[in-house]
Write a protein that binds this ligand. Structure first.
Ligand SMILES: Nc1ncnc2c1ncn2[C@@H]1O[C@H](COP(=O)(O)OP(=O)(O)OP(=O)(O)O)[C@@H](O)[C@H]1O
Ligand SMILES: [Mg+2]
Length: 167
């Protein structure tokens, strides 16, 4: 199963992120891919909002990892692998230890190292379209990934007013 949607604006991308945030559970891993400026951080702002994060979400490009407390006492951990040059550097930030924990993990440039993909994940790929439009494509791996994809597909299509690009 896959799903694809069109987002016409930054605000809609944030709403789509919030729709995903509402179906995320402790331990879930969401990989975000797509060019610079495609909307990965914008989408994460929506995820954080839905999880009740009170702090402003900013890009983790330079920090590599930013952490936020969620309303239910959990943690949202926002990674950005853009600046890493080698998969070995993932060990330096305990990437696998962290994503296997109880926090919700959102990883920008999350498919950068194909040899270092988690077993279970939802992947949201962003692509630039005409003007401000962005295409979002959802795929997944693993048992929880597949379950999350099914839930996310329903939630995001509803948030898009049923407007699928194709599904
Ligand atoms: N439909 C849209 N969805 C998301 N962002 C949009 C859209 N249209 C325009 N934008 C603009 O594009 C930019 C997206 O920036 P954002 O930081 O989310 O990208 P990113 O994918 O995280 O990039 P990077 O790889 O540099 O971290 C913002 O300035 C946002 O206002
Ligand atoms: Mg970003």
């Amino acid at each position: 199963m896959t799903a694809a949607l069109l987002s016409p604006s930054p605000e809609q991308t944030e709403l789509l992120g919030a729709a995903l945030g509402a179906v995320l559970r402790a331990g879930d891993v969401v990989l975000l891919t797509g060019d610079l400026g495609a909307g990965k951080t914008q989408f994460t702002k929506g995820i954080a909002h839905a999880l009740g994060v009170r702090e402003a979400v900013t890009s983790p490009t330079f920090n590599l990892i930013l952490e936020y407390d969620t309303a239910n006492g959990g943690v949202l951990r926002h990674f950005d692998l853009y600046r890493l040059e080698d998969a070995d550097e993932l060990g330096d930030i305990d990437y696998f230890g962290l994503i296997e924990g109880e926090a919700i993990s959102v990883v920008e440039w999350g498919d950068k190292f194909s040899e270092a993909l988690p077993l279970d994940y939802l992947l949201v790929a962003f692509a630039l379209d005409e003007g401000d439009a962005r295409r979002l494509s959802l795929t997944a791996a693993g048992e929880r990934g597949a379950q999350l994809l099914a839930e996310a597909r329903t939630a995001l299509l509803a948030a898009n007013g049923g407007g699928a690009l194709y599904a």
